[in-house]
Design a protein. Sequence first.
Length: 169
Amino acid sequence: MKQVLWVILLGLASQVFADCVPGTQTAPKSAFSIDEKQGYAIDKRTNLMWKLCAEGQTFNARLFRCDGQAQLYFYPGDRPRFFEFTEFNNWRVPTSKELRTIVEKTCTDPAVNVRVFPDTPSYYFWSKTTWMKPSSARGWAMDFKIGLPDSLFKTQGAHVRLVREVEAQ
């Protein structure tokens, strides 16, 4: 019985904690207004609304986690590939600058506040920003394993987390 409980607790801990060092958080939970019923968070610093889960995952409000497998996509750019989520239909791929605002610099693996964005894969997430010029074969992505931007070939797979603007509150 004790072994089963230990395995369950260890599994839950791995979903809740990233590798973080003490210090001032760059994306603290207090900076976000989280709607656990709908599965999004509003960054009060930027007035951006973020989906809590990557595309391909489904938010589980009861357990505050993202169920399922985050999908990999080729470079999405500005194409309207993603549609409605909750009552909003203007979700889009973030710019590289916007994506940097949710990086938690005191954490790695993943480099995000998992109390806001649970079950975030420690892998690349696309931005809609191209690398150098629009005709470039590369696009900017954020590596959420270490929290740094990188350029990827547009034919490489990376995850997507959607965002939308909200009016200042």
